[in-house]
Design a protein around this ligand. Structure first.
Ligand code: FAD
Ligand code: NAD
Length: 463
């Protein structure tokens, strides 16, 4: 019977970081992963392959749409080699997942290949082997969730996993859900030539975002040709040979309409994954949403069993899982782990990107803050103008009394990278004046952040 100081279940961003950090802190660590490769959803079928396709499809769209030709780069005989694009994506995934395996070897983390199931509070079965550990970290992530009564068939009606690997560009792709996956994967296939219709139940796409971002983002995506049907629900999807008939009706009820699709992508969120873990044998409880509740040290109701990542409450984001992985290892080693749930950035990697951190304006007001808002458009940013890349803006929300930054929201080609500055400022408790008085390099898109901070007091310079 193998025995470890720490056993991590799940080798995704939460689990692999927890395992590496615990090993760095001198503990004997094993990580159980049932996939053939480490890296979890994120590296295998999530963040990385989707970003590979977003990048490649954006290059294709720039060439195909004439964006490059206005810079004097003429292209004749443009061709899409989808197989090559998918191969390059797969290569990136393999390189990165093998990188995690290398880091495991380097840090002497034992990878136990197989599915883990509890036999008792300190005992886990992996295949035929029983493993014991003083501390166990559950990092089993999440799986796609489906609208009531609708399920994928893996061919025509699919999840994001299959949508990362369509062997041909669908004629018409219907996406159910106008959130992260719907807009990112919808953008990929639209750029590559598909007609894309997004059906969103709520009155807007990405409903959790700041209202000003949603308004502008919606206009831009519609201009790119995505058909966005909001306030609509899908009530039935019927296979019709190689196609599917999708029935939609207003979310509030009303006349139904049908549409034919070559592929239907179900992207209505994900559910925590505790399948097959036999949590009951360890006495670990889950809440009504199937999530494992934890305290600030990530302890479940069974104190030596902790949980992190998508399987616990909070946003289902890889960087949140990674930070929790780092923090949980610190706590296990008797140190202090830090994750600030109020400062977790979120990015939709469309073009332009939509990024946010902290409170939206509506949330800040609902919490009783009197707010001051500064906004600055990329249209007035010299680098964005030079690059002919002027869509979007930066919006900073500050408390009117203290000037402390409460939230930052960015729509722009560099939003995902720029949001790190906002997160750091908020983590340091910055005021908008702190950002305004920080020297930003010229010419960069980041100057729009400085200008938005100046605009909190109504005096932006370049507009
Ligand atoms: P996971 O990554 O889901 O890893 C859990 C691992 O545990 C899996 O590998 C699974 O095989 C393993 N496992 C489960 N049960 C067992 C068991 N019983 N025994 C052994 N192993 C087990 N987030 C971002 O921040 N940025 C993005 O750009 C982004 N893009 C995404 C795109 C897509 C298409 C999808 C689907 C998700 C995306 N996400 C993104 C979300 C991100 O992938 C998750 O938030 C992140 O992977 C969660 O990490 P985790 O470690 O909690 O779980
Ligand atoms: P999501 O929560 O982002 O979006 C789901 C959308 O579907 C919501 O807007 C919701 O209102 C809508 N919806 C729910 N039920 C519906 C129904 N019956 N009909 C129509 N619309 C419905 O979920 P997702 O896009 O599936 O992504 C899952 C999770 O994966 C995300 O929440 C996110 O945490 C993570 N993710 C992150 C990134 C990123 O960071 N860039 C990218 C992809 C996925």
């Amino acid at each position: 019977m193998a025995s470890f100081d720490v056993l991590v279940i799940g080798g995704g961003p939460g689990g692999y970081v927890a395992a590496i950090r615990a090993a760095q802190l001198g503990l004997r660590v094993a990580c159980v992963e049932k996939r053939d490769a480490l890296g979890g959803t994120c590296l295998n079928v999530g963040c990385i392959p989707s970003k590979a396709l977003l990048h490649a499809s954006e290059l294709y769209a720039e060439a195909a749409s004439g964006t490059l030709s206005k810079f004097g780069i003429g292209i004749k005989g443009l061709e899409l080699d989808l197989a090559a694009m998918l191969k390059e994506k797969a290569k990136a995934v393999t390189e990165l997942t093998q990188g995690i395996a290398f880091l495991f070897r380097k840090n002497k983390v034992t990878w136990l290949k197989g599915a883990a199931a509890f036999e008792g509070p300190g005992e886990v079965r992996v295949g035929d082997e029983i493993v014991t550990a003083d501390h166990i970290v559950i990092a089993t992530g999440s799986e796609p969730a489906f609208p009531p009564g609708l399920a994928p068939d893996g061919e025509v009606i699919v999840t994001s996993t299959e949508a990362l690997d369509f062997p041909e560009v669908p004629g018409h792709l219907i996406v159910v859900g106008g959130g992260y996956i719907g807009l990112e994967m919808g953008s990929v296939w639209k750029r590559l030539g598909a007609d894309v219709t997004v059906i969103e139940y709520m009155p807007t796409i990405v409903p959790a975002m700041d209202a000003d971002i949603i308004t502008e983002f919606t206009k831009i995506l519609a201009k790119q040709g995505l058909v966005l049907k909001t306030g609509m629900k899908v009530t039935a999807i019927a296979r019709d040979g190689a196609r599917a008939e999708v029935t939609v009706e207003p979310a509030e009820g009303g006349a139904a309409e049908t549409m034919m699709a070559d592929r239907v992508l179900l992207a209505v969120g994900r559910r925590p994954n505790t399948d097959g873990l036999a949590l009951e044998k360890a006495g670990v409880a889950v809440n009504a949403r199937g999530q494992i509740e934890v305290d600030h040290q990530f302890r479940t109701n069974v104190p030596h069993i902790r949980a992190i990542g998508d399987v616990i409450p909070g946003p289902m984001l890889a960087h949140k899982a990674m930070d929790e992985g780092h923090a949980v290892a610190e706590w296990i080693a008797g140190r202090v782990g830090h994750v600030n749930p109020d400062v977790i950035p979120a990015v939709v990697y469309t073009m332009p990107e939509a990024a946010s951190v902290g409170l939206t304006e509506a949330e800040a007001k609902a919490k009783g803050h009197h707010v001051r808002v500064g906004q600055f458009p990329f249209l007035a940013n010299s680098r964005a103008k030079t690059n002919r890349d002027t869509a979007g803006f930066v919006k900073i929300i500050a408390d009117a009394q203290t000037d402390r930054v409460l939230g930052v929201h960015i729509l722009g080609s560099m939003a995902g990278t720029m949001i790190a500055q906002a997160a750091q400022a908020m983590e340091f408790g910055a005021s908008s004046e702190d950002i305004a008085l920080t020297c930003h390099a010229h010419p960069t898109h980041s100057e729009a952040m400085k200008e938005a901070a100046i605009a909190v007091r109504g005096t932006a310079l370049h507009i």
